[in-house]
Design a binder for this molecule. Structure first.
Ligand code: SF4
Length: 333
């Protein structure tokens, strides 16, 4: 058994200072990290408890009309905050579709961003081959059970997917991740926060060593009226997405002014479907337009042996979620 030291940080600076030692890890809700530690996948030497940093546990309206959600705000509190519900219903829907009520009560916004893939080979240390856990060892999923794995943006080193629902909504909403670290504070556009695997699948994000997420900032919302998060999964709750779609629209009658579409369950990071967004912009919604947009979104998909079903599933989920975001509940005439 490996000994672990525990330190409680009183503020952000103290947390960053404590994180300078090798083997240190921040712990908030612990809903993913503790599982990883119990399985021997993560082996921190020091846990830095950040849960007492009150400055990170608040939601603030920003002067520009946006919203700042502190990194320690619990998923359930973020989902049910009055301003989130009113301005960013897409985020509320995504958060409430994730995990279970008990986990949402513990898990934090910052931790949600940092949760690791649920690839079974990554979690089971009996499998030697996993480039994400042991760089250079190979990837057991390539020729193994890969039904849940990536169809977009994967590499020969890793075909894992990001498991977060919240992050799919944040990608569609163009959030910004605020971080602080040994070299000061910086802002990371959401599209640049999570990485594709490339030849470094051990790195999930672009965070630098010792950096701490302090908040997620949302720009003023143009999508409070027309948004829908659709999650397709093997059972009705407490399951990760096979495919999910965050759809947000600005509408002028039945004409789409602006569309934002992000996909979950298909890639190593939340996947913005920009080709679909461009196809929808300026067009009147119709069955044909939706099918064309969905087809464009998956044009670059490359399925594995076990997950070709994800391509038509994602296409249909895009059509469905955009229809629901637009307020269209039946078939087009
Ligand atoms: Fe490991 Fe990624 Fe391969 Fe899964 S898909 S076994 S996480 S390298």
């Amino acid at each position: 058994m490996q000994a672990i030291s525990y330190r409680r940080a009183a503020d952000v600076n103290a947390a960053i200072q404590a994180a300078q030692q090798p083997g240190a890890a921040f712990i908030g809700g612990g809903t993913n990290l503790l599982d990883l530690m119990k399985g021997g996948v993560a082996q921190p030497v020091t846990l830095i408890d950040i849960t007492r940093i009150d400055a990170l546990n608040r939601v603030d309206a920003l002067p520009d009309g946006g919203l700042r959600i502190g990194a320690l705000v619990r998923n359930s509190d973020a989902a049910n905050h009055a301003l989130v519900r009113a301005r960013y219903p897409l985020l509320t829907q995504a958060l409430l579709s994730g995990a279970s009520a008990q986990l949402r009560n513990m898990a934090t916004v910052g931790g949600n961003l940092m949760q690791r893939t649920r690839c079974g080979y990554f979690y089971d240390t009996a499998f030697v081959q996993c480039n994400k856990r042991s760089p250079g060892s190979g990837c057991a999923a390539l020729d193994g059970h890969n039904r849940m794995h990536a169809i977009l943006g994967a590499s020969a080193q890793c075909v894992a997917v990001n498991p977060s629902d919240m992050s799919v909504a944040l990608a569609a909403l163009d959030a910004t991740v605020q971080v602080s670290g040994p070299r000061g504070a910086r802002s990371i556009p959401f599209a640049q926060f999570h990485r594709l695997p490339g030849d470094r699948p051990d790195l999930d994000t672009t965070l630098q060593a010792g950096e701490l997420i302090t908040s997620v900032d949302l720009p003023p919302s143009a999508f409070s009226e027309h948004a829908h998060y659709l999650k397709v999964r093997d059972r009705a709750s407490y399951a990760f997405a096979l495919v999910s779609v965050a759809a947000a629209l600005q509408m002028d009658g039945r004409r789409v002014q602006t569309a934002r579409i992000a996909l979950g369950g298909v890639a190593h990071r939340p996947w913005r479907a920009e080709a679909a967004e461009q196809h929808l912009a300026g067009r009147t919604l119709s069955a044909a337009t939706l099918r064309e947009a969905a087809s464009a979104a998956l044009a670059d998909a490359r399925p594995l042996d076990g997950n070709a079903f994800k391509i038509p599933l994602a296409q249909r989920a895009i059509v469905r979620s955009v229809m629901l975001a637009a307020g269209q509940t039946g078939d087009f005439a």
